[in-house]
Design a protein around this ligand. Structure first.
Ligand code: CIR
Length: 265
């Protein structure tokens, strides 16, 4: 997709970002397949620091939570809560080893907004929730079930939100295959979602060899794109967005992308 550049495209906005430090236990973070080389925790920390700096450059005030060695995956804060306007919905994480990560995040969010909870039998990872205006696309994945979509619908319907359940296959989360940039534009790795659900959007198609680039983080006028995806980057720039590239090789070994390591509000 190419679009004339009549100025910079608008992205979602935020003022704060919750991030969480990388524990030593990160070397044991969950992964769907064994990486070619082990997770290098020192490198993961350095990359995480670059990520934090990038968020600050974009004008976000960081709320830095300390690492918790009980939870190897704790830097992936996105999965623990969904922030919408003035409220946050605290997840009931799909992976048993991750349950409990949400507590520190909930404490941080409670300073700023009202909290609601997803409860059994619902399971939800925030990485499965793509919110665009008043529509919430909720991925039904290995981590998130239909009961979660139903609870979200019950919580949000009276505030004018529409919840659209989308089946997810062969990727971890909905946002592993599709993220929102701004305007009516998505980046999308085809073949892993009910692609029909997104037919009203313009889509920047990610080629399979650049699959991790389907998870971009658009905020405050820039799009963070993972290194190593030149074609996707070029398409995003051609659509009128300003791009910032980040190396997240170590998080990627654990299935993490750019949205996973922050909660922006
Ligand atoms: C997990 O399997 O839960 C973590 N290793 C990766 C979580 C990535 N989070 C995300 O995509 N939102």
């Amino acid at each position: 997709m190419t679009r004339a550049r009549f100025g910079q495209m608008k992205t979602p906005k935020g003022s704060h970002a919750i991030v969480r430090e990388v524990p030593n236990a990160f070397e044991r973070a969950l992964r769907s397949k064994e990486p070619e080389t082990p997770i290098d925790v020192a490198r993961a920390r350095a990359q995480h620091e670059r990520y934090c700096e990038a968020l600050q450059t974009l004008g976000l005030t960081l709320l830095r939570l300390s690492a918790d060695e009980r939870f190897p995956d704790c830097p992936f804060v996105e999965d623990t809560a969904v922030v919408l306007g003035e409220g946050a919905i605290i997840a009931n994480l799909g992976a048993p080893s991750r349950r409990g990560e949400e507590q520190a995040v909930a404490e941080a969010l409670a300073e700023y907004m009202e909290l609601y909870e997803i409860v059994e039998p619902a399971r939800l990872d925030g990485g499965d929730v793509l919110s665009i205006a008043r529509t919430l696309f909720v991925g039904l994945s290995g981590r998130t079930n239909r009961a979660a979509a139903e609870q979200l619908d019950a919580l949000l319907r009276s505030d004018g939100y529409e919840v659209v359940a989308v089946s997810v296959r062969e990727v971890l989360h909905l946002k592993s295959a599709c993220t929102y940039l701004g305007g009516d534009i998505l980046v999308h790795l085809p073949g892993h979602l009910d692609d029909e659900a997104f037919s009203k959007f313009e889509r920047i198609i990610v080629p399979p060899q650049e699959a991790p680039a389907a998870n971009c983080l658009a905020v405050n006028g820039r799009v963070l794109v993972p290194a190593g995806a030149p074609r996707t980057r070029a398409h995003i720039e051609a659509a009128g967005f300003e791009v910032l590239e980040l190396d997240i090789s170590e998080a990627a070994k654990a299935g993490g992308g750019l949205t996973c390591s922050s909660i922006i509000f």
